[in-house]
Ligand binder design. Sequence first.
Ligand SMILES: Nc1nc2c(ncn2[C@@H]2O[C@H](COP(=O)(O)OP(=O)(O)O)[C@@H](O)[C@H]2O)c(=O)[nH]1
Ligand SMILES: [Mg+2]
Ligand SMILES: [Zn+2]
Length: 364
Amino acid sequence: MSLNDSTNNHPSDANLHRYGWNDKLDQLKQASPYADLPHGRIAIVHRTCYEVVSSHGVFQCELAGRMLIEKSADEQPCTGDWITFQPFDNGKGIVVDMLPRARTLYRKKNGSRTTKQAIASYVDKAFVVQSLDGNFNPRRAERFMVQIREADIQPVLVLHKAELEFDQAHVMQAIAHLERQMPILRTSIHQPDSITHLRESILPGETAVFVGSSGVGKSSLINALCKSQRVRTSETSRSTGKGRHTSTRRELVEMDGAGILIDTPGVREFGLATDAPDTVDGVLDIADFAQSCRFADCSHQHEPGCAVREALDQGLLSAQVYESYHKLQREIRHYTASEHEKRRQKKSLTKLVHDVKKRKDMGR
Ligand SMILES: Nc1nc2c(ncn2[C@@H]2O[C@H](COP(=O)(O)OP(=O)(O)O)[C@@H](O)[C@H]2O)c(=O)[nH]1
Ligand SMILES: [Mg+2]
Ligand SMILES: [Zn+2]
């Protein structure tokens, strides 16, 4: 294939900048052993096939065997990753390398204690969508926010279906601490101004991921931002009145004007996969209190001179947020401990293999 081939409906070289390609990425690529091959961004991950957007069109790629072997599941490319690939004539190709990851959103996989899963990479903003028809849950939002902040991504809380009736005072009071830490938007597909506002919060070349439970309206929001219908939404089933869940994959689309949007299927559980307990202080807005604790390593439980507990007693900090703080800290400690254990086991296995090999060599 001639690499100068370019089909009309595919991004040209310059247009990959709209997908977030920049000088820094270019330098990373030039420093890699595959600098001569074309690069692209993962738009969709199917079971074993990766849809790659490149300046030569969209390619259906498979992973090079070496990448399958050398990389664990969470290290293999996910939506939003930048890769280099060997193209073939028929729009097919092989992913041979991946540029170093940045700003990747992970989560802990359901049912496992430690295995983490990469959700999206090279993300600038993460919109945590909750709908005001019963999905609103500040504890769930906090959990998302911690994981997002930890990845150096800017979190934004989106309270969607805002045209519905809801208890304003209750909602505002429950998110007061989050509101001091991050932007909060209220949106509805029935309120065009709110969609315009949302669109304006995503800058040209930026990548925004939408996360939240199934049925909250993530795909509808993305379609509203794209004008032309881009991703599948669940239409409310007439018989049950509930939305059917249709998104099963993470999908990257270009917003009208500028910006890249990543839709995600709803996740029921968003387990923390982070070992940075300090992030929790920031998100829950208790860092300022914690600074005044008598002991620098105060756990804010039983220590004398704990300014966090004092704030709790004075009603400056809500009991729910205080409890949430300890719950998230416990979860992070568990995750960190099992990661350490995993690493230790891997190390001793490597040593065992090494020792056996050495003994065999000596016996020769
Ligand atoms: N009332 C109301 N319903 C909405 C709004 N946005 C989306 N929906 C409905 O919510 C349901 C789930 O939407 P969908 O975009 O598929 O949610 P997703 O699972 O988060 O992607 C569908 O029936 C939509 O029509 C909104 O602003 N207000
Ligand atoms: Mg969806
Ligand atoms: Zn304290």
